[in-house]
Design a protein around this ligand. Sequence first.
Ligand code: NAG
Length: 361
Amino acid sequence: MKFIIIFVLIFHTLSMNLAHGKKVNIDHKKTIVKSGCDLFEGKWVYDESFPLYETSQCPFIEKEFDCQNNGRPDQFYLKYRWQPTGCNLPRFNGEDFLRRYRGKSVLFVGDSLSLNQWQSLTCMLHIAVPQAHYNLVRVGGLSIFTFSSYNVKVMFSRNAFLVDIVGENIGRVLKLDSIEAANTWKGIDVLIFDSWHWWLHTGRKQPWDFIQEGNNRFRDMDRLVAYEKGLKTWANWVDDNINITKTKVFFQGVSPDHVNSEQWGTPTESTKFCEGQAKPLLGTKYPGGPHPAELVLERVLSSMKKPINLLDITTLSQLRKDGHPSVYGHGGHRDMDCSHWCLAGVPDTWNQLLYATLIQN
Ligand SMILES: *[C@@H]1O[C@H](CO)[C@@H](O)[C@H](O)[C@H]1NC(C)=O
């Protein structure tokens, strides 16, 4: 009996070594291309030690993200940790973050998904150093969160398209090749951009009347094409204006909605939306396939001269059909929110990934 067990162990170790040898070769190749483990490839695992915080510890949290307080009855969605396939994600250390960025500034620029991530980061940092004095001011579309004892600023600038919308005689013009707001992005130490959702809006939610490129004006345009043109204007600005020795630039990958249950393989469910979804998808791939906007974003980023960090959160967030507020965001069934994310929740993982990337560099 003993002999058999030992034999099995030896055989097991041998085959592990063989498998390991093979893996090293693959990893070696990967290292050249991607410098290390791909943090964005992996799966969600249940972990009792999550969430990273309770929203009651975060006094400045916006009501729309505070799902538990808004009456969300289930709690499983709070208990998932992102597990990359090739390595472990370092646990977020807010004090370390503040020490590293002493005297520096972090700026999120984008839409309400950017707000979602900014809010998550400010909560995670405050909870790490609850005694440290903080100050939050809002000036127009700019929110400035300051940890004065570390002299760290974590800011959010609302800017849904990154390129400009200009009021003219004929109406509001979305200018695909104009990016005036960018002047305020100079001199920041960490920039994290996002843009996508507003490119889709039509009707009353569409905040422009014409699209302009060069001297040509259009009533409308294929939205993915317009998105790519706008992103290229942003990319050219970054290539021409950012000193990457001083400034780290991130782009938050496209944050997915869950408004069509056929995409995750349950067309028979009574609701097509995210409502009632209490568990993530546990595989590594989203049945609905890659997000078309993410493919556009990747194409633009790979054409840039400067190395930009893609915070490649699309797939891992696609797996989190359970992470949205549904009716526990703004409140009431008339407002079904399957775009934003509950806090605590998925954006905390985006910030763990941001932190992991920052400490790697
Ligand atoms: C880029 O930033 C670094 C660090 O702040 C500085 O030493 C360098 O002179 C800057 N380069 C340019 C071209 O401004």
